[in-house]
Design a protein around this ligand. Structure first.
Ligand code: 5AD
Ligand code: SF4
Length: 433
């Protein structure tokens, strides 16, 4: 039996895809190993979202080459978004990669690996599919607090900075029957929380079932306690979804709403199809309809031609909305995106650094203020594991905030009530009550 070691980079969708790959391989007489040194196949499931994601994997391949020198038969594969984006370029001599497979080809991985083994030839599978949702393949998730589950794949939006339409293809929704069956199995395995994943969950539709219906269907499953999802698009956030999050006690009161930029000219160039005012109004509606909701976001600074004044607009929106937390990035030009074809990457590295530093500082202050408002509150916390600090555990509250508390022997997957008596910008600190 061939043993396979898989390493995952990038987003939660990739984490889930690695579980799908594990399932497919195990059903085809491969076994899994946690040790790359003894594996006969090493697969890197990769990300293309920013250049540093590529660089990380290229460095990793460089290190893994020493294992190949020790073991001639070792097969090194790159799968996922970077394979789809760089294509055969990755198979160039000298790089050391034997096979590449895009995100829609994982059912063919067993054959692909055996082909490389028998012929010694490099191999590629890069066809994107309009229908593949791995509907009948259940991920192989280990025990833990949260299980990921992809409900749709691909993306039909045209955000000009984003490589995902190129790497993951057209949008398609998975049959809710498969989703419900997979969640039932996860509950049997002990999971109490699932996170429904899609590049744009608002567009989930299978026959007459939309995303709000899907959340209700999943919440009807006995044993599931919390349902999270990521990510919706601000351009078409359904009011019915707001109602479901407000009214369904299992739907977590946390919405990740990517802003990307706070200036209307930049938003237009990004083809986000909303204005900063529409975003602010949506955030206000969500906050008024769902008391206590946590709002988080993604922001890019230094998009082509963004001026200092336009960046200041982003700061103004961030201040006005008051996100609980944010992922903030410098613009990174990606191959074959609309932005790469149309606009020069002309904001200097120095300006990008200066903007992100100021944005991060502002968001840190806002996160701290929002966390301070939680002092004295008691939250139900789903325990995830050991915290970095000794003798402390951590988990998350309904709003997805990290809560740290003294180790009381609780294990991952348990629910506890924790009263908050100290906060930092990123953490709530308390004790079980
Ligand atoms: N450069 C920088 N950040 C990007 N993102 C997506 N594409 C790029 C890019 N080319 C960010 C967006 C997105 C998050 C997942 O990554 O903010 O929401
Ligand atoms: Fe995920 Fe996007 Fe990275 Fe692909 S490119 S792994 S979809 S974050």
């Amino acid at each position: 039996m061939k043993s396979v070691y898989i390493e995952t980079y990038g987003c939660q969708m990739n984490e889930y895809d690695s579980e799908i790959v594990k399932s497919i391989l195990c059903e085809n007489d491969f076994e899994l190993t946690d040790n790359p040194d003894t594996a006969s196949v090493i697969l890197l499931n990769t990300c293309s979202v920013r250049e540093n994601a590529h660089q990380k994997v290229l460095h990793r391949i460089e290190t893994l080459k020493s294992l190949k020198r020790q073991n001639d038969n070792l097969i090194l594969g790159v799968i996922g978004c970077m394979a789809q984006s760089l294509k055969e370029e990755l198979l160039d001599d000298g790089i050391g990669v034997d096979l590449i497979a895009g995100p829609d080809t994982y059912r063919r991985l067993p054959g692909l690996i055996r082909g490389v083994e028998h012929t010694g030839e490099k191999a590629a599978e890069l066809k994107l599919s309009r229908t593949e949702t791995y509907a009948d393949v259940f991920g192989m998730q280990d025990q833990g607090a949260n299980a990921w589950i992809a409900v749709m794949r691909g993306c039909d939006n045209v955000c000009t900075f984003c490589v995902v339409p190129q790497t993951r293809g057209r949008e398609r929704s998975r049959d809710p029957k498969g989703i419900v069956d997979e969640v039932k199995q996860l509950v049997d395995q002990g999971f109490k929380q699932v996170t429904l994943l899609g590049q744009n969950v608002n567009s989930y539709r299978f026959e007459n079932i939309d995303f709000a219906d899907l959340i209700n269907m999943v919440s009807d499953i006995d044993g599931i306690r919390r349902i999270r999802f990521t990510s919706p698009h601000p351009k078409d956030f359904p009011t019915r979804l707001i109602d479901v999050i407000r009214d369904n006690p299992k739907a977590c009161k946390h919405i990740h709403l990517p802003l990307q930029a706070g200036n209307d000219r930049v938003l237009e160039m990004m083809k986000r199809t909303y204005t900063s005012e529409q975003f602010i109004d949506l955030a206000a509606l969500i906050r008024s309809e769902i008391p206590g909701v946590a709002l988080t976001t993604d922001i890019i600074v230094g998009f082509p031609t963004e001026t200092e004044d336009e960046f200041q607009d982003t700061l103004r929106v961030v201040e006005k909305v008051g996100f609980d937390s944010a992922f903030m990035f410098k613009y990174s030009e990606r191959k074959d995106t609309l932005a790469q074809r149309k606009y020069p990457d002309d904001v200097s590295e120095g300006d990008k650094t200066s903007r992100i530093t100021r944005l991060v500082d502002m968001q840190r202050r806002i996160s701290f203020e929002r966390n301070q408002a939680h002092l004295g509150e008691t939250f139900e916390v789903l325990v995830e594991g050991r915290a970095k600090k000794p003798d402390q555990l951590f988990g998350r509250n309904d709003g997805n905030k990290i809560v740290v508390f003294p180790d009381n022997g609780a294990s991952a997957g348990e629910f506890l009530n924790v009263k908050i008596n100290e906060v930092t910008p990123n953490t709530l600190i308390g004790e079980e009550v």
